[in-house]
Design a protein around this ligand. Structure first.
Ligand code: ZN
Ligand code: ZN
Length: 146
């Protein structure tokens, strides 16, 4: 998906939710679209720079999250990171490095995804739970920390 298609999708979605797609919100969405994984507010702030001061960055993120454009990811050490919602980026999972704290997106082949979905369904059925979605998080060491 090209960046402009994504930008357009967000624009239409926000319009539906009566949320203005301001320059600041645009910068945040574009920064997240280019990221290799969920980003913390501090990391995002470095990318968007002065266009969105840290004070309004949190507000921007919560407006976008409330509108369903951004989702948050809670790290093992309680660090909140942000990413675009899966309807924009596609279903994926996360690799979490326990050394450096990096969180990277990983898309797995559909044959593997089927196995995961099947396993999730089996686990959930043990508790008579109807799964609607899942998020797989693999902890370990990234290539740089290994
Ligand atoms: Zn690492
Ligand atoms: Zn999956």
């Amino acid at each position: 998906m090209t960046k402009s298609t994504l930008d357009r999708q967000v624009e239409v979605h926000l319009l539906d939710h009566e949320v203005r797609y301001t320059q600041g919100r645009r910068s945040v969405v574009n920064a997240l679209a280019r990221a290799a994984g969920p980003m913390s507010a501090a990391e995002l702030s470095e990318v968007v720079g002065e266009s969105v001061p840290l004070s309004s960055l949190y507000r921007t993120l919560s407006v976008l999250e409330e509108a369903g454009v951004v989702a948050h990811h809670l790290g093992a050490k309680g660090l909140t990171r942000y990413e675009l919602a899966e309807w924009l980026t596609g279903h994926h999972h996360h690799l979490v490095c326990v050394e450096c704290g990096q969180v990277a997106d990983i898309e797995i082949p559909s044959s593997h995804e089927e196995i995961v979905r099947d396993l999730v369904a089996r686990i959930a059925s043990l508790a008579s739970f109807q799964p609607s979605d899942h998020a797989l998080e693999i902890e370990g060491r990234c290539a740089e920390c290994a």
